[in-house]
Design a protein around this ligand. Sequence first.
Ligand code: PEP
Length: 249
Amino acid sequence: MRRKLAAGNWKMNGTGAALSELEALSASYPTSPVEILICPPATLLHRASATVKDSGLTVGGQDCHAAVSGAHTGDLSAQMLLDAGANAVILGHSERREDHGEQNDDIRAKARTAMDAGLKAIICVGESLEQREAANTLDIIGGQMSGSIPDQATGENLIVAYEPIWAIGTGKVPTLEEIGEVHDFIRARLERRFGEGVGRSVRLLYGGSVKPGNAAEIFAVSNVDGALVGGASLKAEDFSGIIRALENA
Ligand code: PEP
């Protein structure tokens, strides 16, 4: 049985004042049948972890370096995220792939280090609009999965987020059939590579313009175990609407 997961990605948004949103969420969800994860900017991670301490929420990072430590100015190691209170890290988000030229190999190396440190790796995959229009979506997703998911993946340490690039922050969402097709494909690929036991235990998130108003129908799609949410995770009220939809799914 896969535990459903609502994950929020705050990206480069939020200073100390934003912790009030986490206080509100923590008060609303002292416990929950679903896992609730917020990935704030690294500057807030330690305080965010203290804020959610006695609640049903946990916190995670948005990236980590592939090395354990060393001369990498401005970067953060998986161990540092763990030390600041994180239990998960988002890797290979399309904004990292685009802004920082991250390739599948880089993401696989980061995921290995994150998993070795005891973090859950949320590995993002997704196609551009051009790739979808050229009917290349499944090829692209398959290639990203082979390239960026390390061999040591299990249902405990890996979560895959399907995030069509053209749906992120745009208000555009694929049809439910399109989401289902990709999620079924990801599940089949995981089962083929890791065996049925592991393949069936990895959680698959959909990400891209999930809002309280469309969450319930997305969560009803087969092999959707939750969501990775950007914009609608910044306000407790919006994210609550998504958490409630997941609790009722
Ligand atoms: C994201 O950046 O992971 C994301 C899904 O953003 P949004 O929900 O704003 O589309």
